[in-house]
Design a protein around this ligand. Structure first.
Ligand code: FMN
Length: 206
């Protein structure tokens, strides 16, 4: 079996983490590096990560996260927030993201135009914009979880939280929204059998 498929088999949504085990700093930084190098639509990298290490802050967050034990027990807790103001069309941030590709100025303008055409119907609605930036976070998170599994590090993606409450506890500015939470650490219990639909039910060839 390929190393990648082995990691896919090892990864499960870990519910109880061993509170006595800490992810070595260098390995955790490499998990963050996987986020940094993940793909994003138009290369806009809308993710802004908050690593919550303060135990009191973890405790404060737990009730707003369906009281899930992973919030306080995991070695590392990563909150994916989105920077929704920067990615709006016509911002200096977006221009810089295109300029860094080393394009001629006219090409940058062309890209800005294509981007604007694409984003205008999305950015006109806060919720659509949040959906779009959050999607990028989910891709990065998936990469991080699978990569972590190659290091025998467990994880749990967490969507079970009250977004507005979590944003208030983190005291986020208006344009920063929480997309997803992911816990990383080491399992206490053996993982249960992976339950998945058969290939025939999810794939059709045409
Ligand atoms: C986007 C997303 C959000 C999830 N949110 C939670 C959550 O809040 N709490 C939890 O225990 N598991 C959560 N899960 C884990 C899923 O329940 C789990 O991946 C699924 O049941 C398959 O099990 P497995 O990952 O252990 O194979 C989430 C998974 C995804 C992909």
């Amino acid at each position: 079996m390929s190393e990648f498929l082995k990691a896919m088999a090892f990864r499960h949504a870990c519910k109880r983490f061993d509170t006595t085990k800490k992810i070595p700093e260098e390995q955790f930084e490499s998990i963050l590096e996987v986020c940094r190098t993940s793909p994003s639509s138009f290369g806009m990298e809308p993710w802004r990560l908050i690593v919550v290490r303060n135990p009191n802050l973890r405790k404060a967050l737990k009730p707003s996260c369906w009281n899930q034990n992973q919030i306080t027990e995991a070695s590392e807790l990563v909150i994916f927030t989105t920077d929704n103001d920067s990615v709006r069309s016509d911002t200096a941030y977006v221009r810089r993201m295109f300029e860094r590709r080393g394009l001629e100025p006219e090409m940058v303008d062309t890209y800005m135009g294509v981007y604007k055409n694409y984003l205008e119907p999305i950015e006109s609605d806060e919720e659509l914009l949040q959906d779009w930036t959050a999607k990028q976070c989910y891709i990065a998170c998936a990469n991080m979880m699978t990569y972590a599994a190659t290091l025998q590090i467990d994880s749990c993606p967490i969507e079970g939280f009250d977004r507005e409450e979590v944003e208030a506890i983190l005291d986020l500015p208006e344009e920063r929204r929480v997309a997803l939470i992911c816990a990383f650490g080491y399992r206490v219990n053996p993982q249960s059998e992976q339950k998945r639909l058969p290939m025939s039910q999810i794939v059709e060839y045409r």
